[in-house]
Design a protein around this ligand. Structure first.
Ligand code: I3S
Length: 128
């Protein structure tokens, strides 16, 4: 918005509702717990919100809403992971710190767009 100081607030790339479960923490396997999550891709981070009130594109802005967690995409890896779930349209995101998440949508086009957009950010960071 016009009140942002230029260069301080990173660019919002994408936001939307996906199903999410964390399956590993620091390389240690976790029990799955699927939940809907409002996912926001901003700058170099993927930010997760669970509060339904957070489900609008402004929620990522500093001070507007408290994220459940956030992931630094630098050095992260994406792969399709239909072998890791009975659900369709699933991919796995693995961070450099060994945290692993599955993200899923009932809508194939939507999950493909998320995959492509996140991969583009990872590729851009790899080149820096
Ligand atoms: O990969 P898994 O272990 O078959 O994943 C399923 C289980 O985690 C299940 O929970 P409990 O077995 O802890 O009750 C979940 O409810 C399922 O959603 C998991 O499988 P899917 O295929 O939905 O990712």
């Amino acid at each position: 918005s016009s009140t942002d100081t230029e260069g301080v607030t990173p660019e919002l790339e994408k936001a939307g509702l996906l199903n999410k479960t964390k399956i590993a923490e620091g390389g240690r396997k976790l029990r799955k717990n699927w939940n809907p999550s409002w996912v926001v891709l901003v700058g170099n981070s993927l930010v997760f919100f669970k509060d339904p009130k957070s489900q609008n594109p402004d929620s990522w802005k500093p001070g507007n809403s408290r994220p459940e967690s956030s992931v630094d995409l630098r050095g992260s890896q994406l792969q399709w992971a239909n072998d890791l779930s009975s659900r369709k349209n699933v991919f796995k995101l693995r961070t450099v710190t060994g945290n692993e998440f599955l993200l899923q949508s009932e809508t194939e086009l939507l999950i493909r767009e998320w995959y492509r957009t996140i991969q583009n950010v990872i590729d851009r960071l790899d080149k820096e």
